[in-house]
Write a protein that binds this ligand. Structure first.
Ligand code: IVH
Length: 669
């Protein structure tokens, strides 16, 4: 077998293993063997660039090139489904459909209603050519690059009998396990949590970074085949054919002949759906025969040949005991409903978040109201309504606190946001303790043996008010804290010592700069390279860093302008904490060709990513900036440069260069 034949054989083999693993859940080989085949293919492909194939399994990782999303009209509009909420309503639909078909009882197909985000996939000659979101139903965003990272979606079809052109629709979902993993990471990073897998799936699909999309573990179930030439005259057989081409079609899809079959299906899945690995919010019933579908037709919004049955959200009614207000590490005040304990989806609920003041207002919650608590797809129970008939007359509306419940400082409301914040950063105990707790966390300085309680105890014993104080602790100091013995104290001291070698990017994250989560910290640390540069950067320079918008840039600037924060940084530095990117991570200085020149990068590039261009500018002695001013020397423009930027550049007479011109400037053309 020559190299080219081997490449083809490996591509087929890896496609088959991907299918076994991601669609059938039945891998034939272990991860290590899979990785070895993948390595072999990568090596051979690198040696034979002439045999490149964008659909090769090696190409699924996704690139880092940022592209905005282009919009495209749907070939067939993406409609929604009529909803029903009871078995009786579904039965009535079934009867009505039979009558509309002049008494020919239809066979219907029962399916899960997956709770994710709708997608339309276009295949030509057996290859995925385009993936489009639902959008407004008429047109959607082209998200092909992101969808290509979803391993259960075939890039090249297997089997036979597929039409040369067809569309297949389905739902992109984030399985429960991946959803929980993602939220745990976000929580550790101090980032906002996704309320449910649907939001997480939709948010992930719209990320500009396909490799991040690939990492998050999306999956896809397909449920609708469209096109001018379909293999069969009925939905069930078409979907079964699609299954044989490599698509993931739910095993729950079942043909149902009678109203009793339909009722049994509903009763079964009402419970069994809880065991599924992905979120579902109901069932869908579709008339099987395409000819009958055609006869039944559509209303303006939805097909008459299909109906959705929505599962009842799990909901409980319970009495509000009182509202408390939590103070977070950043000073944000969260109202919490403290409830009479109530059983909901298998767990006892005593507290439920009310998120912010606007929610209390819009639900008009009064003291001691009977409240509806729901879990639905959400992880944290939430209050969804008030049972007015149970309200005691004269109970006043719940008032949001005006002063911090922990320290008494008057609260301030951040402009444009629903949150109230306690501004007393350095005197408010939950904020002080929260910052220490964050600092020692696993994704930050990773100091074992200090949790929430220890952080609080260190503070109350006067041993730590800022993370910098940790580096002055001795084992003897710790022995006065409840629960510490010689051994556990020594472990904490060792952990603190070891944290001196934690990389700079995690140190930046550990500092508790508002809005700076793990990813942003990494980007900021890599761009600044050391703490002195970072502390000296203007909001404008900060905004030039990828993923740092003007709001985050302003907060970072303000954070380092604060004398207390600067003092903390100096103490951490004196204690030996790492304050610069390690030598081998710093890109080598290539030249001084761009010394004294300031660049603004705008648009989408073909040859390198924006980050790479930024790094090149710096490697050649130039500076990056986020906005155009008189000080800008060049605008490095790709495709789709914003019109406002273009106008400003023209007005100020700043030269606009494209990537080829830039590469020539630095001698890399
Ligand atoms: S069929 C014309 N089948 O629910 C009918 N939709 O409310 C096309 N959905 O936009 C839809 N599971 O995103 C269909 N088994 C399933 C579904 C399903 C989830 C979503 C889909 C659609 C929405 C309709």
């Amino acid at each position: 077998m020559n190299d080219i034949e081997r490449i083809d054989a490996l591509r087929d083999e890896l496609n088959r293993h991907n299918y076994n693993y991601y669609v059938l859940n039945a891998p034939e080989i272990d991860d290590r063997e899979f990785d070895m085949l993948m390595k072999e293919l990568e090596t051979l492909e690198a040696a034979h660039p002439e045999h490149h194939d964008p659909d090769s399994p090696t190409q699924r990782v996704g690139s880092d090139i940022n592209k905005g999303f282009e919009q495209t009209p749907h070939i067939y509009p993406m409609l929604s489904l009529a909803n029903t909420y009871s078995i009786g309503d579904v039965d009535a639909w079934f009867e009505r459909t039979g009558e509309a078909l002049m008494g020919q009882k239809p066979t219907v197909v029962g399916e899960m209603k997956f709770d994710g985000t709708g997608i339309s996939l276009i295949y030509e000659h057996g290859r995925l050519v385009r993936a489009v979101t639902r959008g407004d139903g008429e047109k959607g965003d082209v998200v092909t690059d992101n969808v290509r990272t979803i391993k259960s979606i075939p890039l090249k079809l297997q089997g036979t009998g597929w039409p040369d052109f067809f569309e297949i629709r389905g739902e992109i979902v984030l399985p429960w396990a991946a959803f929980e993993r993602l939220n745990a990471e976000r929580e550790a990073a101090g980032e906002a949590l996704f309320a449910n897998p649907r939001n997480a799936a939709a948010g992930t699909l719209k990320l500009l970074n396909p490799s991040e999309v690939g990492r998050r573990g999306l999956d896809a179930y397909l449920y609708y085949l469209l096109g001018p030439e379909l293999p069969y005259d009925n939905h069930y057989d078409n979907m079964s054919a699609a299954r044989s081409w490599g698509f993931k079609i739910s095993d729950a899809m079942t043909k149902l002949e009678t109203i009793e079959d339909v009722d049994r299906y509903i009763n079964y899945w009402d419970k069994a759906r809880k065991e599924l690995p992905v979120a579902t919010d109901g069932l869908v019933f579709k008339v099987n025969s395409l000819r009958q579908q055609l006869n039944l037709g559509f209303t303006a919004k939805s097909p008459r040949w299909a109906v959705a049955y929505k599962f009842a959200a799990e909901r409980a009614l319970t009495r509000l005991r009182f509202v408390s207000f939590d103070v977070g590490r950043m000073g944000i005040i969260t109202p919490v409903a403290n409830l009479e304990p109530v059983l909901l989806s298998g767990t006892v609920v005593k507290r439920a978040s009310m998120h912010n003041e606007d929610i209390i207002r819009s639900l008009d919650i009064h003291e001691h109201d009977m409240l509806y608590v729901e879990k639905g797809g959400e992880i944290i129970p939430k209050i969804t309504g008030v049972e007015l008939s149970e309200r005691h007359p004269g109970e006043p509306a719940v008032e949001f606190v005006s002063h911090c419940p922990a320290c008494g400082t008057p609260l301030i409301r951040v402009e444009g946001e629903a949150a109230w914040v306690c501004p007393n950063k350095y005197g408010c105990v939950p904020q002080i303790v929260g910052r220490i707790e964050h600092f020692v966390g696993r994704s930050m300085m990773n100091i074992d043996g200090i949790g929430k309680e220890t952080a609080a105890a260190l503070y109350s014993h006067g041993l730590a008010t800022t993370p910098a104080d940790l580096y002055d602790l001795t084992a003897d100091d710790l022995l006065v804290v409840d629960g510490f013995a010689a051994k556990s104290a020594a472990r904490v001291i060792d952990g603190i010592a070891a944290s001196r070698s934690v990389p700079f990017e995690r140190v930046v994250f550990a500092l508790s700069i508002p809005y700076v989560g793990e990813t942003t910290a990494k980007k900021v640390a890599r761009a600044a390279k050391d703490i002195d540069r970072l502390m000296g950067m203007s909001a404008d320079e900060l905004a030039a860093i990828e993923d740092v918008g003007p709001r985050i840039a302003a907060t970072i600037e303000a954070f380092f302008a604060d004398a207390d924060n600067r003092r903390m940084v100096e103490r951490l530095r004196a204690a030996g904490v790492c304050m610069a990117i390690a030598e081998d991570e710093v890109a080598e200085k290539a030249s001084d060709i761009l010394a004294g020149k300031t660049f603004v990068i705008s648009g989408v590039f073909a040859k390198h990513s924006r980050d790479e261009y930024k790094a090149m500018i710096e490697a050649h002695g130039g500076k990056n900036s986020g906005s155009i001013s008189k000080k800008t020397d060049y605008i490095l423009a790709g495709e789709n440069m914003g019109p406002a930027k273009l106008e400003k550049a023209q007005k100020l007479g700043v030269p606009i260069i494209d990537e080829d011109k830039f590469l020539t400037m630095i001698g890399e053309a």
